[in-house]
Design a protein around this ligand. Structure first.
Ligand code: GTP
Ligand code: SPV
Ligand code: MN
Length: 597
């Protein structure tokens, strides 16, 4: 027995002494083990069998109604020094944090099984992948981890070989919101989560490890751990360019990652390949480019809004071997959610007879868990050890006004500012009010494991003489008219925007310089067949100078909150944009004509 496994065994013993489980099960990740877990959960009522004729291997889990989303207020990043966590994180002194949460763990697994879940984030043979072990008393968590990560024997072997792993301890506890914490100890490479069984709070490989802990490691080691999808765009010549895109939770990553191009594009030979839909780890390669892997092996996707019209690829992969969480069901036990064009909900997400007056049938943050390889657009490159080279990075948010459909940053520093300036309307993916605009730099507000000022400095540090960095863009699919309708059709039609980005990356489009960045020039973005009138198009492609002046002031105030730790280069860049806007305002008091049609 090696010392790593000794250390692992000792930790399991210590945890068992604290939590006092009835039994301990080491997960091997096998199909038999998965089948047994499902059987246990069906018996306990943790899972409900869905219609096996229409949805073989599919099950429904209903969460406690108080436990249906991430809880940011109870999510802590416990560096010894509070400033290292930054104003962007909830913080507690590590000693106090351990003491508080260990008191909750005391005896909490009595009568339960303690599962030891070794997992690997990333292809098992990839130098960019990292391993962890989650201890949990939730079979639902184990089953989800088996879909979402490379879990079991192979991961344990890699851990033994490598000699280190991230430690995650989880118990569903009593599911009492008053007795719930999700704590991170980046210096110790450890996580402790108590009192929630929900996705991001409980599947510790995902947001806790692959973003909060990994972002801290990435800073020390010179790489990036990001809340980004990864997709490949194949052009009619058969070349594939990869892009990574950061949108906040429930703002369109899964949808963009699985996009099916409009018919005209398909006929020409365009195709989208899905590498990842939520998390991206990027490292500079010897060639100076950024190379990216998807650390996950499955999708934990938002169900509502997923339809034949919006995301047919997602729908196609949800007819077998999927776990649904908090969706509604039809009378014949098929999963159902708002946005589906067929079927009628009989029972809502809480198991009550569906009453349309009582709100949506599926919870707005209801989710599916499914293996990545079941997606029709799944890219075999998702298994590549070295990852895929990234040609463009895209930032985006949910902004009903001001922010145009697409613009490009002038250079890396400007791009980092564009990412740092991101804001978005809040969604049901986290508890709290929905629809409030808040700053969410790089879509990492809930996930950055250290001070944002240091994080921006880390991003800036990639701009070295030998670097061949990706171009940086910003998109907004969510502009609305006065009546609250989306101006841009979105979904598959977002292909048009991707094509323009590729044209920029390959030098085939000139673009139109504006103070906030480069927008599509006249005729550069293909709008054929969309039938959008001027009243719709103008706002999508215009730069509202006055509106942007107030936006820049809000961004300045936000950056100032971080005090002297905020990199000067970012403040200078903001000043440059602000000066350009000012000059532009003085030069022309008449509004410019919008282009791009
Ligand atoms: P997380 O899993 O929480 O990180 O979410 P995500 O970023 O993967 O978001 P997802 O793709 O699941 O989309 C969330 C919601 O946004 C769904 O209800 C979608 O239907 C909707 N959505 C996605 N893309 C578009 C788009 O292009 N236009 C519009 N109007 N809505 C979109
Ligand atoms: C998100 O909220 O960004 C998600 C779902 O992807 S969760 O796993 O809960 O974080
Ligand atoms: Mn996410």
């Amino acid at each position: 027995m090696t010392s790593t496994l000794d250390a692992l065994n000792r930790w399991v013993d210590d945890v068992a002494a604290l939590t006092r489980p009835a039994r301990i099960h080491w997960c091997d990740g096998s199909q038999d083990e998965y089948r047994d877990l499902i059987a246990v959960m069906l018996e306990r009522g943790d899972l409900i069998e869905l219609n096996q004729a229409t949805h073989p291997g599919c099950y429904l889990h209903r969460s406690d109604p108080q436990d249906v989303a991430r809880v940011e207020k109870l999510t802590l990043v416990c560096h010894p020094d509070r400033d290292d966590a930054g104003p962007n994180n909830q913080w507690m002194d590590p000693h106090e944090a351990h003491a508080r949460i260990d008191a909750l763990f005391e005896g909490c697994m009595a009568g339960r099984t303690l599962y030891v879940v070794p997992y690997c984030m990333g292809p098992i043979g990839s130098p960019l992948a990292r391993c962890g072990v989650e201890i949990t008393d939730s079979p639902y968590v184990v089953a989800n981890m088996r879909i979402m990560t490379r879990m079991g024997k192979a991961a344990l072997q890699r851990i033994e070989r490598e000699g280190h792993f991230v430690k995650g301890l989880h118990s569903t506890g009593e599911l009492d919101p008053e007795r719930r914490w999700i704590m991170h100890f980046p210096e110790e490479l450890s996580i402790k989560s108590y009192g929630s069984g929900y996705g991001g709070n409980a599947l510790l490989g995902k947001k806790c490890h692959a973003l909060r802990i990994a972002s801290h490691q990435a800073r020390q080691e010179g790489w990036l751990a990001e809340h980004m999808l990864i997709l490949g765009i194949e052009n009619p010549e058969g070349e594939i360019h990869y892009i990574a895109a950061a949108f906040p939770s429930a703002c369109g990553k899964t949808n963009l990652a699985m996009l099916i191009p409009p018919e005209g594009y398909r006929n020409q030979g365009w195709k989208i390949w899905t590498v990842g839909d939520d998390i991206c780890w990027m490292t500079p390669g010897e060639d100076g480019r950024l190379w990216a892997i998807n650390p996950e092996a499955g999708y934990f996707g938002v169900a509502p809004g997923t339809s034949e019209k919006t995301n047919p690829n997602a729908l196609a992969m949800l007819h077998r071997n999927a776990i649904f969480t908090n969706v509604a069901v039809t009378a014949d036990m098929q999963p159902w959610w708002e946005g589906l064009t067929s079927g009628t909900p009989a029972t809502d997400w809480q198991g009550r007879d569906h009453d349309p007056a009582a709100g949506p049938a599926a919870h707005p943050n209801s989710r599916f868990t499914v293996a990545a390889s079941q997606c029709p657009s799944w890219s075999p490159e998702a298994e590549s050890a070295q990852g895929v080279p990234i040609s463009a990075i895209v930032f985006g948010g949910r902004r009903q006004s001001l922010v145009p459909l697409v613009f490009e940053a002038r250079n890396w520093t400007h791009g980092v500012l564009v990412g740092a300036s991101m804001a978005s309307e809040t969604t049901a993916a986290a508890t709290g009010q929905v629809g409030v605009v808040r700053r969410d730099p790089m879509a990492m507000k809930p996930f950055c494991g250290y001070n944002y000022a240091d994080y921006f400095a880390h991003w800036l540090s990639f701009d070295t003489p030998n670097a061949k960095l990706p171009s940086i863009f910003h998109v907004n699919w969510f502009r609305k008219d006065a009546d609250g309708h989306f101006l841009w059709p979105g979904f598959g039609e977002n292909m048009r925007v991707l094509e323009w980005m590729l044209k920029r990356v390959t030098g085939q489009a000139q673009g139109r310089e504006t103070p906030i960045g480069i927008l599509p020039g006249e005729g550069e973005l293909d709008l054929d067949g969309l039938g959008l009138d001027r009243a719709t198009l103008d706002p999508l492609f215009e730069v509202d100078r006055a509106g942007w002046q107030s936006e820049l002031e809000a961004i300045r105030a936000y950056l100032d909150d971080y005090g002297p730790r905020m990199p000067k280069a970012l403040r200078d860049e903001l000043q440059r944009v602000s000066d350009a806007l000012q000059a532009d305002l003085q030069e022309s008091s008449t509004p410019r004509k919008a282009a791009a049609s």
